[in-house]
Design a protein around this ligand. Structure first.
Ligand SMILES: Nc1ncnc2c1ncn2[C@@H]1O[C@H](COP(=O)(O)OP(=O)(O)OP(=O)(O)O)[C@@H](O)[C@H]1O
Ligand SMILES: [Mg+2]
Length: 331
């Protein structure tokens, strides 16, 4: 299916390499398709033999729905061959951190962490964010042989309004500590995040006013971030309905005499059908305008995923989106 509006098709910057890095954060305005795209990237990577981990950061917890698999917790679960999924939980992340770095094998002795954790998390800004980003960065450093190395980690991350705070947490906390243990920790996290060959941020946008505006804003806001913004996935792009010649025929059909003549042949009112086609054409045209605006203000690689007219949002739809991404990458 060719969903790419003609204005974009010849652009050499449109090749966006989604699978070339190890850690990919997927953000976007709520409801634009972050989880859909994160799931499709996971599906694509696993089907190409990459050992892949999907991390769901936002509380919704519906990422495994895209694979028709029951919901998962903090421990990664293999939900399809080669693809694991986990749901972020900052309290579990803190517990794991204490076990790993402070070598406190007897966690039970300090009782339930939740009360202490709630207190600290709410008292100090950035605590939840650092536990989230820290866990993800930690997963990226696992090495083959010693533990379990991920070829790719796809994060269904916070939406546009909160992603900067999340990704900036190690740098922000770094500023507070010149030396010491905290500094050592944030230093290695920043090293992982700031390596452009290893880590990237991806924005999902739909061709509509607000998602495009938020993408443009975020593009400017990420200039100061450690993580490099790699590109934008434009999701739910409407396919072209008519070619120019067909549009001409369509225009002529709008003539009252032509409608009357055609109706007498068909034996049914044509106006509702024509109205629906007009609406589809107008919708697509306004959407193309939003894509133009996005492209002129965000000079980064873009990918286009068509609007899927499927009723289900399970495995089949995820594979279709994965195929659309693969086609955009020339795979
Ligand atoms: N290309 C597409 N074609 C048709 N429907 C789509 C497409 N992409 C996503 N959707 C649908 O849009 C809805 C929102 O998608 P999704 O849950 O992935 O968005 P999200 O950004 O993760 O939302 P939230 O901010 O609520 O987490 C879902 O019903 C999904 O199936
Ligand atoms: Mg989601």
């Amino acid at each position: 299916m060719n969903a790419v509006p003609e204005a974009q098709s010849a652009d050499p910057t449109s090749a966006l390499d989604l699978l070339g890095r190890q850690l990919l954060f997927v953000t976007g305005k709520g409801g634009t398709g972050k989880s859909t795209i994160a799931a499709a990237i996971g599906e694509l990577a696993a089907s190409l033999g990459k050992r892949t981990l999907m991390v769901e950061v936002d509380a919704k917890g519906n990422l495994t729905d895209f694979f028709e698999h029951p919901r998962v917790g903090y421990d990664p679960v293999e939900i399809r061959p080669g693809l694991w999924s986990m749901t972020m939980n900052t309290e579990d992340s803190l517990r794991e951190y204490l076990q790993i770095f402070l070598k406190m094998g007897m966690m039970s002795r300090i009782g339930p962490l939740s009360s202490i954790f709630e207190f600290v998390a709410n008292a100090a800004p950035g605590v939840k964010e650092i536990l989230t980003v820290g866990k993800i960065a930690y997963e990226a450093t696992l090495t083959e042989g010693v533990d379990f190395k991920w070829d790719l980690i796809v994060v269904d991350a916070a939406p546009t309004g909160r992603i900067v705070g999340q990704l900036d947490a190690p740098a922000a906390i770094n500023e507070l500590f010149e030396v010491g243990m905290v500094r050592t920790q944030t230093d290695w996290m920043r090293e992982v995040l700031a390596d452009p060959n290893r880590t990237a941020l991806l924005i999902v946008a739909t061709p509509e006013e607000m998602p495009v505006s938020e993408t443009i804003e975020l593009y400017h806001a990420t200039e100061a971030l450690d993580v490099r913004l790699a590109g934008v996935v434009v999701n739910r792009v409407l396919p072209e309905l008519f070619t120019t010649a067909e549009e001409d025929t369509f225009d002529r059909l709008g003539d009252a005499d032509a409608v009357e003549a055609a109706e007498s042949v068909v034996g049914a009112p044509l106006e509702p059908v024509l109205e629906a086609a007009r609406l589809a054409v107008t919708l697509r045209r306004t959407r193309v305008e939003h894509i133009r605006r996005l492209r002129s203000e965000v000079p980064l690689p873009m990918m286009y995923v068509p609007y899927l007219f499927t009723r289900s949002h399970g495995k089949r739809a995820t594979r279709l989106v994965a195929d659309a991404l693969a086609a955009e990458m020339g795979l």
